[in-house]
Design a binder for this molecule. Structure first.
Ligand SMILES: NC(=O)C1=CN([C@@H]2O[C@H](COP(=O)(O)OP(=O)(O)OC[C@H]3O[C@@H](n4cnc5c(N)ncnc54)[C@H](OP(=O)(O)O)[C@@H]3O)[C@@H](O)[C@H]2O)C=CC1
Ligand SMILES: O=C1O[C@H](COP(=O)(O)O)[C@@H](O)[C@H](O)[C@H]1O
Length: 594
């Protein structure tokens, strides 16, 4: 059964957020930012460089153009000058950059939990990809922090050994990698030791060499030590001249109470503005495109309501089990792992009203509104499943409970389907169906919008009695093979009148030659820029947990037994009954070829 943990080692301790530099600190407004211009006007305060980087522009931390002048000393170009700014660089091992690269503020990124799976798989590769494409500021360093004993060199070996990313085959990759690795350092320490973070601070200061420095901490660690790390980092290793931000990985609690407690404890040391709660699905290309599709095309937004949409389906499936993560997973289950965060975030973006602007707060305000308009889930609204062992083609696949880190009698769902409803004028009565599962027949994530039947359809005879076959469906395939396609009805060419279903298809790989960046690249870059649009605000999180907590409690209290489904199958039949109850069919089961 679920392990409870407390986030605060001492809940009565009163630390104030001021222990971390406030985000709105004037110094923090000045940093070199690497983004290409969106719609904002840039104030050109860039001093000439010997080797200028193509993307760098000056922007405030909330993504708006600068309109104020720092109180700190500024050079003739307007860029704040740090003490050592124009001094030649010291020893080679201190900072291996040429003098031309020592302009502008320093960015120090510390990956806490650097020895772990996520750091190796996602964070270091994303940082390298950003570096390769010149998105990082000129002066940056990366520190790994974990308990495992490692030298800088060993960390570098670990990064280069495990670093597989989209850049691999690119020109000068090895050379760039060598340069990137020279900026990577390691410090070994305990997660609850202020002393060890003070040592980290000393090393950071040494590399920062008196420059104006912004610090980003990425918490890639199990959640029970989030607060320990935030406390030690805030008290001992926060920036004294620039901003300090902390990226927090999920899970953000396991229900309303524990999530509220986590937020309360984090806010003993950080302001809300400093906390970047990551949901990597928000960084996926197609999820970013959802709002563009909706709000920049006249053809979609007028149809975006109960008047034309019959159901919306959010589908996540993986064709592998918990492999290696059973210990974590058994305490959370698929509803907390995928639905309450990734799928619900997509739903909120899909269903929100038009925000006042693209500003993070405007978008997040609309997301909160829609989440708060939703009906909390009940037992009747869900079907749960768990995979069992299966043999196919001479190969046998394990059951969930065969995982050595999972108890034999575990009732944790590895599959769930749910029907959610939004009680507002736009969406009243429209089922938002979610389905998420591990060890299914395919790996896929998609959003399916099923439109209503054409009223009085002149061609209904051509579809026989199954009018469902004639409804339009818009599909956003988040992964793999990103695509947006619309299923339409058309006439088969020829003299007869035979109707066919076809796809108007925007297949990304056919349309664009560029590879799609990993979600972690976008999110890391946004955190560096102070762009919060794709991160979860605490009230969003509260609203999300309020929807799922009663259901999760009921499932656990009543010890609901999940329906078993074979590894590699399409999941339990309970999911079909749930859809049928709401008069719809799962769109991913139609066997389409797109
Ligand atoms: N892996 C993934 O695909 C995903 C992970 N996440 C989240 O990201 C975070 C990191 O995940 P992941 O890298 O898989 O985690 P790991 O289990 O690999 O842990 C990361 C590091 O934390 C330290 N650690 C592990 N367990 C403990 C413990 N009980 N007490 C103290 N330190 C511990 C270890 O470093 P050392 O022993 O050297 O100190 C380990 O290398 C988690 O919050 C996870 O939920 C989110 C999405 C996907
Ligand atoms: O957050 C998580 O996401 C991964 C799936 O991410 P993807 O980008 O590979 O689709 C999932 O495997 C994991 O269980 C979950 O914690």
């Amino acid at each position: 059964m679920a392990t409870q943990f407390s986030y605060c080692s001492s809940s009565s301790t009163t630390f104030t957020p001021s222990s971390f530099k406030n985000e709105t600190h004037l110094f923090s407004r000045f940093h070199i930012l690497p983004r290409k211009s969106h719609s904002c006007t840039w104030i050109s305060l860039i001093r000439p460089r010997i080797r200028p980087r193509k993307h760098f522009q000056l922007k405030s931390s909330n993504g708006h153009p600068l309109n104020a002048v720092s109180l700190q000393d500024v050079g003739t170009s307007g860029v704040p000058l740090a003490k050592n700014d124009m001094e030649p660089q010291g020893k080679e091992e201190s900072l291996p950059f040429s003098q031309s690269e020592n302009l502008g503020p320093q960015l120090s990124i510390t990956v806490v939990g650097a020895s772990g799976d996520l750091a190796k798989k996602k964070i270091f590769p994303a940082l390298f990809a950003l570096y390769y494409e010149d998105w990082l500021p000129e002066n940056f360093i990366v520190f790994g922090y974990a308990r495992t004993k490692m030298t800088d060199e060993e960390l570098r070996n670990m990064i280069s050994r495990t670093l597989t990313c989209r850049i691999d085959q690119r020109e000068n990759c090895e050379e760039k990698m060598d340069r990137f690795l020279k900026r990577c350092f390691y410090h070994s320490g305990q997660y609850n030791s202020e002393e060890h973070f003070a040592e980290l601070n000393r090393k950071l200061q040494e590399k920062e060499a008196g420059k104006l420095s912004n610090r980003l901490f990425y918490l890639s660690i199990p959640p029970n030590i989030f607060v320990d790390v935030v406390k030690c980092a805030s008290l001992r290793a926060s920036s004294t001249s620039g901003w300090t931000r902390v990226i927090v990985e999920k899970p953000f609690g396991r229900d309303s109470e524990s999530s509220g407690e986590l937020t309360r404890c984090l806010k003993l040391y950080l302001t809300e503005d400093q906390i970047f709660r990551i949901d990597h699905y928000l960084g996926k290309e197609l999820v970013e495109n959802l709002s563009v599709l909706r709000f920049s095309n006249l053809v979609f937004e007028p149809l975006w309501s109960r008047n034309f949409i019959r159901s919306v389906q959010l589908i996540f499936s993986e064709d592998f089990g918990t492999e290696g993560r059973g210990g974590y997973f058994d305490n959370y289950g698929i509803i907390r792992d995928i639905m309450q965060n990734h799928l619900l975030q997509i739903l909120a973006l899909f269903a929100m009203e038009t925000p006042v602007s693209l500003d993070a707060e405007d978008i997040r305000n609309e997301k909160v509104k829609v989440l708060r308009s939703m009906r909390p889930l009940q037992l009747d609204d869900v079907a749960v499943g768990q995979y069992k062992g299966h043999s196919k083609g001479g190969k046998s696949y394990p059951a969930y409970i065969d995982d050595p880190t999972v108890p034999n009698n575990s009732l944790t769902p590895t599959f769930a389907a749910a029907a959610l409803f939004i009680n507002n004028a736009r969406w009243d009565g429209v089922p938002f169906l979610m389905k998420a599962g591990k060890a299914l027949h395919t790996k896929r994530a998609e959003i399916r919008v099923q439109f209503r039947h054409v009223p009085g359809n002149l061609y209904k005879r051509n579809f026989g009695t199954d009018l469902d076959k004639a409804t339009n469906e818009l599909v956003l395939r988040v992964q793999p093979d990103e695509a947006i396609y619309l299923k339409i009805n058309n006439k088969v060419p020829g003299l007869g009148m035979r109707l066919d279903r076809s796809d108007l298809n925007l297949l990304y790989r056919a349309r664009y030659s560029r590879e799609i960046p990993d979600a972690y690249e976008r999110l890391l870059l946004d955190a560096v820029e102070g762009e919060r649009r794709l991160f979860i605000r605490s009230d969003e999180l509260d609203a999300a947990w309020a929807l799922f907590t009663p259901l999760l409690k009921e499932l656990e209290q009543k010890k609901i037994v999940p329906e078993l489904y074979p590894y590699g199958s399409r999941g339990p039949v309970g999911a079909h009954y749930l859809a049928a109850k709401h008069n719809v069919r799962w769109g991913d089961l139609s066997g389409e070829a797109s």
